[in-house]
Design a protein around this ligand. Structure first.
Ligand SMILES: [Mg+2]
Length: 132
């Protein structure tokens, strides 16, 4: 499985990378702008990501804007509804407004930091991804 992590904090990035690397090849972006570049490159190369973990609070382009941008890129190249990349949002804030905004922008799940393995696996299972 091809995975992208977009996270601006070193420690969170390292933990998530370790947790997700058992599921496949992981690419890392340190803000939303890099995440959009990575997604565009992957779509252009016809090797799209299958899972993206997006931090909400990031510089340059935040997670919600990146999420909207990713869905727009998918629409532009004609990715069908069922083939869209699964996107999990991650945030330290359990802000209801944020969760609603992310849901509206088309995310597939939501994780509150610190992200624990059981919670991550629960979300992955919900997305139909097999966990060890
Ligand atoms: Mg952050």
């Amino acid at each position: 499985m091809k995975i992208l992590i977009a996270e601006d904090e070193f420690v969170s990035r390292k933990i998530l990378n370790k947790q997700l690397s058992v599921f496949g090849e992981v690419d890392i972006a340190s803000n939303g702008k890099e995440a959009l570049t990575a997604v565009k490159m992957a779509l252009d190369e016809h090797e799209p990501y299958e899972l993206i973990c997006l931090d909400i609070m990031m510089n340059e382009v935040d997670g919600i804007k990146a999420l909207q941008g990713i869905r727009r890129l998918e629409d532009q190249v004609g990715v069908k509804e069922g083939s869209r990349v699964k996107i999990l949002m991650a945030s330290g804030i359990s802000d209801k407004k944020m969760v609603l905004a992310a849901a509206k922008a088309g995310c597939d799940g939501y994780l509150i930091k610190p992200i624990t393995k059981p919670r991550l696996y629960e979300e992955l299972t919900k997305l139909g991804i097999e966990t060890p």
